[in-house]
Write a protein that binds this ligand. Structure first.
Ligand SMILES: [Zn+2]
Length: 400
């Protein structure tokens, strides 16, 4: 697969410290974005029930009408750009749903949904390294932890606040420094697990980041503390919730650092990277904490791998998860009847002793390469540069 694009778009994310006025303006904007998204989702859902299609342009016209009503006049108080953008995001969510790549869009909740607002060029000014958003007089106080590429001009700016209360701004810029790498013969299979987040077909295991065991124990403790706080005890409950969010954020940050290093190295060293497709894994309620963290890390790993592969002209192949990667001997091809989860190493009749995860990674690699050559076998999905793979999903559940 060759990549011909000369310039890739890349997001640069920084923390910033808003003034009280800016924080109030942004919180108001997040609220309006959520309101508009939910109103448009409700309108589209009602239309869908009547077998009618409502597109982006129709919701945009609705927004204009909503702003003229007394009840929703407050939507005029914030920049209209993020409101238009959220309607575009809703359009994308529906396109993915109709393309069977995603579930039916859900309503945004005040507590659980990511707080963010996206500004296109008409919604901000970027001059001399100073970023000023629409409806604001002062530029944002950004912590420039790394420089933007020389002379770059952001095309989109996304402001967000995480559940730990931290503010972030992400600037989408052309990055002329990213160029496809020379082709290589390297190929690797990657298996995902709980003890080790990732196991490579080379036998290498990516350990969980240092401190994570301790962080997880702290997180479990903080979650128990939160669960004990009575519903009525507002202030203490909010405090306990912030503590849980803060530990979550720290675990995620450390993980992300490790994943960036690993994905960059995998993409540099290999032409083909075969992974397991976990998109359709049942999301069982009441999952263990370890499982939840590992799932989140896995989807982050996959998306990093896919965009970096697209940048550097590499290929990511996702193999269907029903492929029996753990039960198959990677040396002789014999299929074992059972492979209970607690079995970490096993010896096949052919005499080979396998590490369970390394064996699975080797099988994934072989399956991915087989399909890469002859185009048949294990129903893999190839990812397209810069995009999601065309993953088959179960019929999405209809929501009201
Ligand atoms: Zn064997």
């Amino acid at each position: 697969m060759s990549v011909t694009t000369t310039c890739v778009k890349r997001a640069f994310k920084y923390r910033f410290h808003p003034t009280d006025t800016q924080a109030a303006e942004l919180s108001r904007t997040f609220g309006c974005v959520r309101k508009v998204y939910n109103l448009a989702l409700a309108a589209r859902t009602e239309a869908w029930a009547r077998q009618e299609r409502v597109n982006y342009n129709a919701t945009s016209a609705m927004l204009t009408a909503w702003k003229k009503t007394g009840e929703l006049a407050f939507l005029n108080d914030v920049s209209s750009v993020p409101l238009q953008q959220t309607l575009r995001h809703l359009q994308t969510a529906f396109t993915n749903f109709f393309g069977k790549r995603a579930k039916y869009p859900r309503f945004k909740s005040r507590k659980k949904s990511r707080k963010s607002a996206e500004y296109t060029t008409s919604g901000f000014r970027f001059r001399d390294g100073r970023l000023t958003l629409a409806k604001m007089s002062e530029p944002l106080d950004i912590v420039w932890s790394r420089p933007l590429p020389e002379g770059s001009q952001p095309s989109t700016v996304t402001v967000s606040q995480d559940s730990a209360g931290r503010w972030f701004v992400s600037l989408l810029c052309d990055d002329p420094t990213v160029k496809p790498l020379p082709a290589t013969d390297g190929a690797v299979g990657v298996d995902v697990g709980l003890d080790h987040l990732l196991t490579l077909s080379t036998g290498e295991k990516a350990a969980n980041p240092r401190h994570e065991r301790k962080d997880r124990a702290r997180l479990a403790l903080a979650q128990r503390r939160l669960a004990r706080k009575a519903k009525g005890d507002g202030a203490n409950r909010a405090k306990a919730r912030r503590e849980v969010a803060r530990i979550h954020a720290r675990i995620a940050d450390r993980r992300r650092d490790g994943l960036h290093k690993l994905t960059t190295r995998l993409v540099r060293e290999n032409q083909t990277i075969v992974i397991e497709d976990l998109t359709v894994r049942n999301m069982v309620k009441n999952r263990s904490l370890a499982r939840a963290i590992s799932d989140a890390a896995w989807s982050e790993f996959r998306s990093m791998l896919e965009y970096k592969a697209a940048w550097y002209g590499r290929e990511v192949i996702a193999v269907d998860r029903w492929f029996p990667s753990s039960k198959l001997c990677s040396t002789c091809g014999t299929l074992q009847d059972k492979m209970p989860l607690n079995v970490r190493t096993w010896t096949c009749d052919c005499g080979t002793t396998h590490d369970r995860d390394v064996n699975a990674a080797k099988n994934l690699l072989a399956a991915g390469l087989a399909v890469s050559v002859c185009g048949a076998g294990v129903r893999p999905q190839r990812s397209t540069p810069g995009g999601r793979s065309a993953t088959k999903q179960k019929t999405p559940r209809r929501e009201p």
